[in-house]
Each structure stands twice: as C-alpha cells, then as structure tokens.
Ligand binder design. Sequence first.
Ligand SMILES: *Cc1c(COP(=O)(O)O)cnc(C)c1O
Length: 359
Amino acid sequence: MKNIFVTRPFLPEKSEFLKYIDSIWDSCILTNNGPLASQLEIELKKYLNVTSALFVTNGTIALQIAIKALELKGKILTTPFSYVATLNSIIWESCEPIFVDIDKNSFNINVDLLESSMDPDVVAIMATHVFGNPCDVEKLEKFGVKHGLKIIYDAAHSFGVEINNESVFKYGDISTTSFHATKLFHTFEGGALFCTDIEIERKLFLLRSFGHYGDDYYYPSINGKNSEIHAAMGLSIIPRLTEIINTRKTLTEAYDTLINFKNIQKQRISEKVKYNYSYYPILLESEDKCMGLIKALTDNNIYPRRYFFPSLNLMPYLTSHKQCVISESISKRILCLPLHNDLVINDIKRISEIINKVV
Ligand SMILES: *Cc1c(COP(=O)(O)O)cnc(C)c1O
C-alpha cells in the first residue's frame, strides 16, 4: 500500500529548474538579490497583482522583520491557533503576546474579543489567515485605526487567495508569507513581505540586507536575503500555479462530496473570497474520535496531521497560560487530511471511505 502523507512538496520539471541553474553558472551570481531573485519578485508582483514583494529566507524571518520595521515594542494581540512561528517571532522580537481566542467557524482571531483584550501597552495585532481563510480584515482594520494599532498578517497559508478581487497580501501594514517546501507555492525554503506603503517598503528592503544601502548605514539589521537557487525553484513553479490550484480544487471537491459530514465540521470559508485550497482540515467531535481516526488512517498508511496542535497559549515556555477555550478545544479535535498535487481521486475515495467507516 502506498504511503499517503498530509503534504508532498511540488516539484516542477527538472529541466525547467536546470535552465535556471545554468543561468546561475553563467552569471556566477549566487545571492545578494541577484537576477533570479529580482525576476522572482517581478513575477510574484505580476501574478499576485501587488505593488511590492520582498523575497526573504523564510516566513519566520519575514514576521520578525515586519515587527522590526513597524518598531513594535510592547504587547501584540495574536491568535492562539497558528503555527508556532507566529508566536515565536513575537517573543524573539522582545514583544509580549496577548492571546485572543478564535472564532469557532472561521478558526481565525475572534474580532469580537479584541476590545476586551485591550490595554494601554498593546501596540499591534498579529493575526493569521488560518488555512488561507482570510480574517475579518475590515473589522480588524477599523479596530486598529480606532486604537492606533499596527496590523501584521501572517499570510503563510494564503498564497493566491483573493478577497474583494484583490490579493489578501495587500491587507494590513505588512503581510508576510512562507515559501517553505510544504506550502502551496515554495522555493525550498523562503518567504516574502508585502506592503502598500513605499516608506515601509524601503525600510523592509534595508532590514532584509543588514540595514545598509551601499555605504549608507541606517539600521542594525539582520540578513534575510534569499539565494539565486531558491529563486530558481520559485521561477520554475510560477508557470504551474494555475494547474497546482486547480488540482487542489478538484481534490477538495472530491472530499466535499465523498465525506459524510454528519459528525464532522468544516472550516467556514469567508464569502467574497477566491480560495487557494491550501489545506483540508476537518473537525471531529472529540479528541478521542480524532485519535481514533488517526489510528484508522495510519493503519492504512495514510498520515494526516494534527495541525495546529497544541494551542499556542499552552506552549510550555510561556510564563503564564491564558485560557483560550475555543482554540484549545479545536486544536485537540482538528485534523488536516492529505492534500497535494500527487494525489488522485482514488486516494481521496479511499481516505473518505475510512473516515466514513470510523467516524
Ligand atoms: C509555515 C508557517 C510559518 C513559517 O514559515 P517558515 O517559512 O517555515 O519559516 C509561519 N506561520 C504559519 C502560519 C505557517 O504555516
């Protein structure tokens, strides 16, 4: 029986990739925002229809650079239901995370709880578009303006997602994304920063490269530049994006029709959204049922993932553990089912049959 993992990196034609590798040998430029990295940024801007895109080494450094660029010092309202990089970037940048519980349908930060989470030391919001499902960006922006807060979106899952007919990366003071191998679009490792303000863009540009431009030094900054070989992978994948998203859509629709949802809840995707089908999360009725399903699937060489688990407010290295009832409950019961471009409808059938038998 073949192994089916929750995800599998997309690989373009090797010849496509090698064409770019040849060009690296020709130019002998390996990094420092070379021709391929610059071309990737241009292609990304075109594909996403955004005005700025800065290619960096990974999605976590993107979050850290975003915090630095907005000069955040103090408390940041954030979600307990995200990958641990969201939380860690806040702590690494010496800010204090204040968890705001999530909405039980969208799995995103609950905008109705923001007001009661406020105190005078709060300077920003860092929210994740969970599984690519956009947060309530309008309400968040309104709240941010009212309290003078900056907004950073961790849009690591949101490549290609549109809301109101434009890229979700346009929202917030800064949006970040990840191009890690497991993400819908990847560059082996990588990430990007997006913003609409040219002053912030200039700052991000400097912060990515040690904080200097030529002999002019501005900030004591880090190295977040990515290399030509990483850019080469991105450039080889961009022409395949329509196909990648369409395949995921077909597989998603197969799950939608084949799974019996009597005892299973799905994430509610916001309206007005063009979705990217990046994940297929299902929510079971209890942790026991979730563990039972994992056992049944792994017995058949199918490996779903508890994602996100555990709820970030329970991380052992935090000094206090604020309760987030919804996030804690959902993280114990959620399972991301296999979804990647090497799956076929028969795989989805087999997975769905096991689910329908066990749940
Ligand atoms: C993948 C991911 C990150 C981290 O990105 P890396 O490129 O692996 O550093 C951050 N946030 C979320 C929500 C992610 O899924």
